[in-house]
Ligand binder design. Structure first.
Ligand code: TYD
Length: 208
């Protein structure tokens, strides 16, 4: 079972993933956590290039390919082998993020990005994608450390990101019906976590 959690900056993905991990572990299930970009040696090196302000010039297209390269490595090195061992994989962000962030940057190029994404994931599609959705003004206030390169792009950008995620979720559901579920994450972490657990239980009940 492969589940990814996506959403704009500050929507609470990392916290929700750790709560979901605990939920599965209580049921004696084996869980692997990963994050994008990252989790492999190559992926973490790419993450460093992408998220740190270090003067390296990165064109919009190169940025997209770097995210995809990190993803291809993650799929081959970690996700596919874990799924073969029947482990549950929880991933902090996945292809939906590239469709949105790089799709916005290169203007409506979701179709192209989708095609490259298909190559990167190489048939390893999430069984379930959770999209955490909340007003960016609330989301950004939740981040208590200095903002990184992506986070400090301004409120307009984050509004477009939010709209982009909802559009990408629709697109995803056209291709894989009901596999991307939008969850309102304006509530307390416990409320949001309960909603996610209910969704996951339903999916497990229906499909597995
Ligand atoms: P991260 O620190 O993991 O952010 P968060 O904790 O909010 O998830 O950094 C990931 C950043 O990279 C985030 O701003 C979104 C961006 N990103 C993309 O632009 N494209 C992608 O394909 C992915 C996976 C992330």
């Amino acid at each position: 079972m492969f589940i990814s959690i996506d959403g704009g900056d500050g929507t609470g993905k990392s916290l929700q993933i750790s709560l979901l991990k605990k939920y599965f572990e209580k049921q004696q299930k084996e869980v692997i956590l990963c994050r994008e970009p990252g989790s492999t040696r190559l992926g973490e090196a790419i993450r460093n290039i992408l998220l740190n302000e270090n003067g390296t010039k990165i064109s919009v297209k190169s940025e997209m390919f770097l995210f995809m390269a990190a993803r291809a490595q993650l799929v081959e090195e970690i996700i596919r082998p874990a799924l073969q061992k029947n482990q549950i994989v929880l991933c902090d962000r996945f292809l939906l993020s590239t469709l949105v962030y790089q799709g916005i940057a290169v203007q409506d190029s979701m179709e192209e990005i989708w095609k490259i994404g298909e190559i990167a994931v190489d048939t390893v599609w999430p069984n379930l994608m959770i999209l955490l959705d909340v007003d960016p003004t609330i989301a950004l206030q939740r981040i208590k450390r200095p903002l990184d390169r992506m986070e400090s792009k301004g409120i307009d950008f984050h509004q477009r990101v939010r709209a982009g995620f909802l559009k990408a979720a629709d697109k995803w559901n056209q291709i894989f019906p009901n596999r991307c579920i939008v969850v309102d994450s304006s509530g307390t972490p416990e409320q949001v976590s309960q909603t996610i657990q209910n969704i996951v239980d339903q999916i497990l009940f229906i499909k597995y």
